[in-house]
Design a binder for this molecule. Structure first.
Ligand code: ADP
Ligand code: MG
Length: 256
């Protein structure tokens, strides 16, 4: 059992893009994050696994300061995540987040969904934002849907738009919290393929997922959480073939 931060394959040099240092959080009596230490190197893909309720979503939301923490520190690209204010908005723009529910703006076109952030948060000119957005929509394979409203797209297409929208802010790290869990089975693969594409382009990623195929194929490191703790972490091949903790063995044993 190891709770020490480990260095991934990509960590050859430089500071981690994400660093959590003894992060703790409670919800009332529930100690939902317990002394979480985690470093994610530039270009590294960390897949977070663990049973429901283990704190995976809380961890993601803490990294984006959608949740406050009780103590400990979180650094994005070496900068400490501040409590609030403009600095927080800037640092948050460095963290792209894709949720289980797509959270697209229902009354805006696909193109506008992607341009809104760059225009509003980064002050980008519309023409430039349109160009950037079209490139990203092309990259995720939905450029031909640009004038539609989100509800006119399939779940898989909407999730790919959500990925493009996050990328439009040029994040330093992308967080995915069960991005395929709400999708019909036939749409899961297209979203996973998009994510694999990102890993191949060197994007730094933290991915919470139940898609073990993705974890095996795309992860540099698996982080296994249970009851608010990082119970073990290892390269995927090692984790899946030789889990160390009883909790991980139990978790893997229940997978079909
Ligand atoms: P996971 O994503 O691994 O399923 P979560 O981070 O969503 O786990 O939740 C971890 C624990 O914290 C669960 O027991 C959950 O019920 C609890 N929890 C999550 N959000 C809140 C909240 N806003 N208030 C109180 N308890 C919460
Ligand atoms: Mg969750």
């Amino acid at each position: 059992m190891s709770t020490e931060p480990q260095t991934g394959n990509a960590a050859a040099a430089g500071q981690p893009v994400v660093r959590l240092d003894k992060v703790n959080k409670h919800y009332g009596p529930l100690h939902v994050l317990q002394d979480i230490n985690l470093e994610v190197a530039k270009g590294e893909v960390v897949v977070v696994l663990g049973p429901s309720g283990s704190g995976k979503s809380t961890l993601c939301r803490a990294i984006n300061r959608l949740e406050t923490i009780d103590d400990g520190e979180i650094y994005i690209d070496g900068k400490k995540l501040p409590e609030e204010g403009k600095q927080l908005a800037n640092l948050r723009a460095d963290v792209g987040m894709v949720f289980q529910s797509f959270n697209l703006f229902a009354h805006k076109s696909i193109l506008e969904n992607v341009t809104l952030g760059p225009i509003k948060v980064k002050g980008m000119k519309k023409a430039e934002a349109d160009k950037l957005a079209m490139g990203l929509l092309e990259r995720v394979g939905v450029a031909n849907q640009k004038d539609k409203l989100p509800a006119q797209l399939s779940g898989g297409q909407q999730q790919r738009v959500a990925i493009a929208r996050a990328l439009a802010m040029r994040p330093k790290v992308m967080l995915f919290d069960e991005p395929t869990s709400a999708l019909d089975p036939e749409m899961i693969q297209e979203v996973l393929d998009t994510m694999v594409g990102l890993t191949q382009e060197g994007m730094t990623m933290i991915v919470v997922t139940h898609e073990m195929g993705f974890a095996r194929k795309a992860a540099d490191r698996v982080v296994f959480m249970a009851d608010g703790q990082i119970v073990e972490q290892a390269a995927p091949n090692e984790f899946f073939t030789n889990p160390q903790s009883e909790r991980a063995k139990d978790f893997l044993g229940k997978l079909i």
